[in-house]
Design a protein around this ligand. Structure first.
Ligand code: SF4
Ligand code: SF4
Ligand code: FES
Length: 528
């Protein structure tokens, strides 16, 4: 350990700690910077993070300096402030300053630094600036504006060090230096939009998000990506009930600062025409709108003491609490627990890689094992359902689309579908119950590490759709249970008491990096 003093605050830090990180700790905020990024190598090119170290003749950049015993550092002196101002002026000499038409405005490092250190009248006229190419589509998801680039090299380092695809480079020298893709190449890797996130200015922007919404109008809700079993931590940016984009939230134990491009698309189905907004009942051969009292009456007629449930199928895309409560409801309605299934496993498997993406596209499959639920796949699922008598209850899954033999297995039987979309299973069902999509509710997911993470409600449910746990609890109570959960915390306590891996865990407030229960951390439970 070494002792350093920064702006009068004494800190004891591990030897080798970067002075940049030490200053962040002492100041409670980062030094001005463009090129530093905690998950990339140090480039030391923007020169914005200069600090004064007593005993050193010149200012030094903090990102490329390690703390030393007895260091006395000043980050807010007049000398430091003046240096930041001069460096900023250099960055702005050729910058187009087209903030009113720039998508980055409102979350731009250059704007932020100018408001802190700049606020001067520029003596460089627009026509004196070096002009470069604007609006270049450099890949399927990214647009480049070369004039706005401050040559921090973050995007280049990301493609070299993280994806190792190396599409980007800095070409030429001096004021002709510019960012670009190698001739004949495109920025086309599975993580390309992370370059947009880390670009401190509006040089790299997202084709999907461009000009859709001014960022200061957006509200952000912390959540978890539901795109695969990795469970990347994300921020859901939304306004007036519409989600506009997902951005990664840093969690060193799960996704670092990154997420994949495919995961960013998972907000789209929230708002498409396939969403269920009201209960539907089959009448005269077609699905027709119904009221909630009509839907409850239909459920009561389809499943009850004289007509026990035949089989129940649940998707590993539902939350831990929902799957646990659904299994309890299915048992109360007469379906053996073995009838609860993870659904069409093959359909939830895609292409994985060794960075983040899991081949398992279900975000919560680990919960099934924790809850002791069988998970027959495809034709095996259809065979199990065929062998059971009575109505079939499907929650979230779409076996009509991905389980061979499903339609024959349920022919002539009442099918009840609980879900969010007009899927193939919903279209063929007799009773369709509209519930909440992932961004419209709170819930817990267990990722492939066995880490419990919390997903939060960002937007309201559409139309007459209900919150899942409430609907399940109401049906459970209607089926005669006197201890159906009265609230989500109540349900979580019940779940924690039922899952051995979670014994003693408090699911009310999870640590920021998620909860890895002791039984999982020591390898005695769960799926790693
Ligand atoms: S495009 Fe953005 S991230 Fe890349 S070097 Fe320029 S400013 Fe930095
Ligand atoms: S790796 Fe998986 S969890 Fe992470 S962003 Fe991609 S789809 Fe989502
Ligand atoms: S952040 Fe230190 S030189 Fe750029």
């Amino acid at each position: 350990m070494v002792k350093v003093t920064i702006d009068g605050t004494e800190l004891e830090l591990a030897a080798g700690t970067s002075l940049f990180d030490a200053c962040r700790r002492a100041r409670g905020e980062a030094l001005p910077h463009f090129c530093y990024h905690p998950d990339l190598s140090v480039a030391g090119v923007c020169r914005l993070c200069q600090v004064e170290v007593e005993g050193m003749p010149k200012l030094t950049i903090a990102c490329n300096t390690a703390v030393r015993e007895g260091m006395v550092v000043h980050t807010r002196s007049e000398k430091v402030r003046r240096a930041a101002q001069q460096i900023l002026e250099m960055h702005l000499i050729n910058h187009p300053v087209d903030c009113p038409i720039c998508d980055q405005a409102g979350e731009c490092g250059l704007q932020d630094q100018y408001m802190t250190y700049g606020l001067y009248e520029s003596e460089v006229g627009k026509s004196d600036k070096v002009h470069k190419a604007k609006v270049q589509v450099i890949g399927p998801r990214v647009v480049l504006d070369k004039e706005r680039c401050v040559l921090c090299s973050r995007c280049v380092r990301f493609c070299d060090e993280v994806t190792r695809t190396g599409e980007l480079g800095i070409f030429n020298r001096g004021d002709r230096a510019e960012i670009g893709v190698a001739p004949g190449h495109q920025l086309d890797n599975a993580y390309s939009l992370n370059t947009v996130d880390i670009c401190p200015v509006g040089a790299l922007t997202s084709l999907d998000f461009r000009f859709k919404k001014r960022v200061w109008l957006l509200r952000s809700t912390p959540s978890i990506c539901h795109g695969c079993a990795t469970g990347c931590n994300v921020r859901v940016d939304h306004e007036a009930g519409t989600v506009y984009r997902l951005k990664p939230r840093r969690n060193a134990a799960v996704n670092g600062a990154w997420m994949c491009d495919e995961g960013r698309d998972t907000y789209r189905p929230l708002h498409d025409a396939q969403r269920l907004r009201e209960p539907l009942l089959r009448r005269d051969g077609a699905l027709r709108s119904a009221t909630w009292p009509e839907a409850w009456a239909a459920l009561g007629a389809a499943v009850g003491p004289d007509a026990p449930l035949g089989a129940a199928v649940v998707s590993p895309r539902q939350t831990l609490e929902e799957i646990a409560l659904f299994a309890r409801l299915a048992a109360a309605l007469g379906a053996p627990t073995a009838g609860v299934s993870g659904g069409a496993r093959e359909a939830d498997r895609g292409e994985g890689d060794d960075l983040l993406r899991s081949a398992d596209r279900a975000p919560n499959r680990a919960s099934l094992a924790w809850l002791g639920l069988a998970e027959p796949a495809g034709a095996d699922l259809a065979a199990r359902v065929r062998a059971a008598r009575g109505a079939v209850l499907v929650y979230g899954a779409d076996p009509a689309a991905d389980a061979p033999g499903w339609r024959e297995a349920v022919a002539g039987r009442t099918v009840i579908h609980l879900g969010t979309r007009r899927s193939a299973t919903a279209e063929a069902a007799d009773i369709v119950i509209p519930l909440s999509a992932w961004a419209e509710k709170d819930g817990l997911l267990v990722n492939r590490q066995g880490r419990v993470q919390a997903s939060h409600r960002a937007i309201a449910r559409p139309g007459l759709a209900l919150e899942d746990w409430r609907f399940l609890a109401d049906w459970l109570a209607a089926a005669g249970a006197t201890d159906a959960p009265a609230s989500l915390p109540d349900l979580r306590r019940w779940v924690a008491g039922r899952v051995p891996a979670l014994a003693g865990a408090d699911l009310a407030v999870l640590p920021p990096e998620g909860l890895v229960p002791d039984a999982v951390a020591t390898g005695s439970g769960g799926e790693r």
